[in-house]
Structures are given as structure tokens and as C-alpha cells.
Design a protein around this ligand. Structure first.
Ligand code: SAM
Length: 173
């Protein structure tokens, strides 16, 4: 199974509060081990992601770095394959075999600096239409390390699947 770290570039306050939280929650639920974000530092974002980990389990971590290019170069030095998701890239599904076992998956928010396209080992698309970093990350992770239907989290809270209605184990709230 691949080891994946997500990189969310260009977080803007207050505009990206919800979407960056969703990027982090998707990263966690779909099998990334951590997320680094750049742009504006946001303690609220970090707090809400850590609260989800505390209640729902796993060891997913979130951290901030002001410079996404430094993160990309550092992870390349550490042997990670840098996959940048962009609608302008090559279709990910057709290029999956190129992707290494340790992967840094980068998604943007506003305009992504040209240097990111240059530094990436692969610029890959999830379709060639503009959509969302949340959707792009979810599909990329499910292609890279299929697990969303099988992964178990040992948290204080757990959903007991129901055909109708809601059932949960553990503390509510
Ligand atoms: N206009 C922005 C730009 O020029 O980079 C794109 C903004 S888009 C809302 C935010 C992020 O979603 C992109 O940086 C990219 O990571 C991801 N994204 C959106 N559509 C995508 C697609 N079709 N394939 C892969 N990633 C996509």
C-alpha cells in the first residue's frame, strides 16, 4: 500500500476555511497519513482536524509550512514522488504505474505557481474539467491506495451502518 502525504497549497482566510478542512478530512478518510498546508496559517483549521482525529481515530496529522516549494523539494529529497493534481495534467488513471510507493499529492486553491508544475514528478488530471481540490484528492487517493470502503479507524466514535436512520457507538456531540 502506498504511503501518501497530502499538500494543500495556498490556504486563504476566511475563504478556504471549509474547503481546506474538507481537503484534510478527505485526506484522512481516504488513507493519507498526514496533510501539510501552506498559505495563511489557521489554528481553527488545525484544531478542527485534530478534534476529528481525537474522536474518530487514526493517527492523521496536520501541519503548516509557509512555502510549498520547500515542502516539495524536501519530500523529493526524502524519496517521495511528487504528484501535482491539475486539470491541465496527464490523465492520472493512465499514468498510475509511474507513481512511486511514497507520494506527496499536491492540490491548489487559487493560481498555483509555475514552479510547482516544474518541480512535480507528474502533473496529473482527474478529468480535464475544472472542479474541486476535494474531489480531485478523493479520486486520486482511491486510485493510489484503494481503501475507503475497507479502512477501519479505532476511534471513540463509530458509525454502525443502517439502511435507514443513524446509529453510532460512542460519545455523541
Ligand atoms: N484556477 C486555479 C488554477 O489555475 O490553478 C484552479 C483552482 S481549482 C478550484 C483548485 C484545485 O483543484 C487545483 O489547484 C487542483 O489541484 C484541483 N483540481 C480542480 N480540477 C481538477 C481536475 N480536473 N483535475 C485535477 N485537479 C483538479
Amino acid at each position: 500500500m502506498r504511503e501518501v502525504v497530502a499538500l494543500r497549497m495556498g490556504h486563504r482566510l476566511p475563504r478556504d476555511e471549509r474547503i481546506s478542512t474538507h481537503v484534510a478530512l478527505v485526506a484522512r478518510a481516504f488513507g493519507a497519513k498526514s496533510m501539510i498546508y501552506s498559505g495563511q496559517q489557521d489554528e481553527g483549521l488545525e484544531r478542527s482536524v485534530r478534534r476529528v482525529v481525537e474522536e474518530w481515530g487514526g493517527d492523521f496529522e496536520i501541519s503548516y509550512h509557509p512555502d510549498p516549494l520547500k515542502v516539495i523539494r524536501e519530500y523529493k529529497r526524502k524519496g517521495y514522488f511528487v504528484l501535482h493534481l491539475t486539470m491541465y495534467g496527464l490523465p492520472l488513471k493512465e499514468h498510475l504505474k509511474e507513481v512511486g510507493e511514497k507520494v506527496l499529492v499536491a492540490v491548489g486553491s487559487e493560481k498555483v505557481p509555475g514552479a510547482v508544475y516544474e518541480e512535480a514528478d507528474l502533473n496529473a488530471s482527474i478529468g480535464t474539467q475544472p472542479h474541486s481540490e476535494v474531489a480531485a484528492l478523493a479520486i486520486a487517493l482511491e486510485l493510489l491506495c484503494p481503501s475507503v470502503f475497507t479502512r477501519e479507524f479505532k476511534g471513540k466514535k463509530r458509525v454502525i451502518p443502517q439502511r435507514k436512520g443513524k446509529k453510532m457507538e460512542g460519545k455523541n456531540g
